[in-house]
Ligand binder design. Structure first.
Ligand code: UDP
Length: 349
């Protein structure tokens, strides 16, 4: 990508798991960052670079004031609720936090004259894809409110970019993000973690009595769900690549319809293109930890598709993304180092 000068980036949800890794990567690349986060699931300690404003996306006054003051070149929007199971039980929370708040943000972004936007979307917009690996052209049929609430934002972005030629966005459809900063400075730290890898490792530490396997009767080779696990540091790099892409024209952009145009908006899958079953993840977690932690077969979790694996050619081709950690063992090793650090901290060691 052409852009290399420092940029100002406004990051919603930058105190959360993925946002904090991206903020660190932005800092290491020399960019200026303002994190806007309500700290509902994120933490102050996870913001290792830039300024933190504690605020809610529903607070239009603070949001607009902060955007006006910081005057970013681009916005990255991470702040969201992210649990599939919870979204089935509490759908309106998801439409509020993920759809309505994104609308607030987009209105504020356009009012402030900001025209570059990077959105944390999800593979959940595909639902149960008919063909795997799933390409970005696959039908969008979310099977849970989480995916549906994110699709609302993708739809707003599509329509906004069509109506407003000065506005460009990159929507990154995350597959299963896992692992921790390779130097153990950051990692996942949720009060009630639901994701497979985190729960497996916390079970190995004895924090949970056993790991439940949600469904062993799926139409997959071993009956458990298959997912494309991507290391959080590679995902962070995808955001830097998306930023460079959107800002490659800085100063010359006169709209997508004209010569010297803004880069066209883009939707990219973020995954490696390779899937692992729940059983395979459990086996690797046992190998990495050296602990034969207890597991228990349980019923299917509502809203879970059988298999989600990314076709990842587009992001490699258009953004020049070159992942460095396409390795389930490395993902688990970094997550394990982080979990042990958290456990030591909690026990005061
Ligand atoms: N899963 C499981 N036990 C758990 C947590 C998750 O069997 O304690 C399964 C889940 O049903 C899904 C896969 O692991 O098939 C990945 O789930 P996760 O919540 O990590 O991510 P998601 O795919 O929902 O984004």
């Amino acid at each position: 990508m052409l852009q290399s000068s420092p940029l100002k980036v406004f990051v919603t949800g930058g105190a959360g798991y993925i946002g904090s890794h991206v903020v660190l990567a932005l800092g290491e690349a020399g960019h200026e960052v303002l994190v806007y986060d309500n700290l509902s699931t994120g933490s102050r300690a996870a913001v290792l670079h830039g300024e933190l404003v504690v605020g809610d996306l529903a607070d239009n006054i603070l949001l607009r004031e902060t955007l006006e003051r910081f005057r970013p070149d681009a916005v990255m929007h991470f702040a969201a609720s992210i649990e599939v199971g919870e979204s089935v039980r509490a759908p309106l929370k998801y439409y509020r936090n993920n759809s309505a708040n994104a609308l607030n943000l987009l209105e504020a972004v356009r009012a402030a004259g900001i025209d570059r936007f990077i959105f944390s979307s999800t593979a959940a917009v595909y639902g149960n894809p008919p063909v795997v690996p799933v390409t970005e052209e696959a039908p969008l049929n979310p099977i849970n409110p989480y995916g549906a609430s994110k699709l609302v934002t993708e739809t707003m972005l599509r329509d906004l970019a069509a109506a407003d030629p000065a506005f460009s966005y990159v929507s990154l459809r995350y597959f299963n993000v896992a692992g921790a900063d390779p130097f153990t400075r950051l990692g996942q730290d949720y009060a009630n973690p639901t994701h497979l890898i985190t729960r497996a490792l916390k079970t190995a530490l004895g924090i949970f009595p056993k790991l439940q396997l949600f469904g062993t009767d799926y139409p997959t080779p071993d009956g458990t769900c298959i997912r494309d696990y991507i290391h959080v540091a590679d995902l962070a790099q995808a955001h830097l690549d998306a930023l460079a892409y959107l800002c490659s024209d800085m100063g010359t952009c006169t709209g997508t319809g004209s010569a010297g145009a803004c880069p066209p908006s883009l939707i990219c899958n973020c995954g490696y293109g390779r899937g692992f079953s729940v059983n395979e993840v459990v086996a690797m977690a046992r190998e990495v930890t050296g602990i034969d932690f207890p597991i228990e077969t349980a019923g299917r979790r509502e809203g879970d598709p059988a298999e989600l694996v990314a076709a990842s050619d587009r992001i490699r081709r258009t953004l020049g993304w070159q992942p460095r950690h396409d390795d389930l063992e490395f993902i688990l090793k970094t997550a394990w180092a982080w979990e042990k650090k958290l456990a030591d901290k909690q026990s005061g060691r």
